[in-house]
Design a protein around this ligand. Structure first.
Ligand code: FES
Ligand code: FES
Length: 159
């Protein structure tokens, strides 16, 4: 039995010791907003937040996440940075099939929590570990730049 702190809730979940955090979230807890692509750390589809930092959930055993604060895309519906990001992803056509989108949003939020003075090169660099097979990235970069501009204007300081 694992005891995980997910989106502010203590959750006890029966899982095998060999199961990745991504599998525990998806298969045991039906939290399917965390996607699984490569399952070996290369695509970023499984990005969640652990102790305040973006982390690949496929590279971590569920057991290794005990005692740590986990946030998933499901827990960030009302997060102020995520609200701004989601609107700009929508407006700038930053998704097509949507498979990469939860991971993109989680990583972009991580980037914007740390700094909002981003130019295109900094966005591309910060998002370099996230793979999208559909969009060609232009809309994603535009959306994150616009979100950064809006957060700067709102005076949102990095966490
Ligand atoms: S599924 Fe985790 S990085 Fe690709
Ligand atoms: S929108 Fe399809 S993989 Fe990114």
């Amino acid at each position: 039995m694992l005891r995980l702190q997910i989106n502010g809730e203590e959750i006890a979940v029966a899982a095998e010791a060999r199961e990745s955090l991504a599998d525990v979230l998806r298969e045991r807890l039906a939290m399917t907003g965390t996607h699984l692509g490569c399952e070996h750390g290369a695509c970023g589809a499984c990005t969640v937040e652990i102790d305040g930092r973006a982390t690949r959930a496929c590279l971590l055993l569920g057991a290794m996440a005990e005692g740590r604060r986990i946030a998933t895309i499901e827990g960030l519906r009302d997060d102020p940075v995520m609200l701004v990001l989601r609107r700009h992803f929508h407006e700038k056509h930053a998704l097509q099939c949507g498979f990469c989108t939860p991971g993109m949003l989680m990583m972009a939020r991580d980037l914007l929590k740390r700094r909002t003075d981003l130019d295109e090169a900094a966005v591309r660099d910060g998002m370099a570990g996230q793979i999208c097979r559909c969009t060609g990235y232009a809309g994603i970069v535009r959306a994150i730049l616009e979100a950064a501009r809006e957060l700067r204007e709102l005076g949102s300081s990095p966490a």
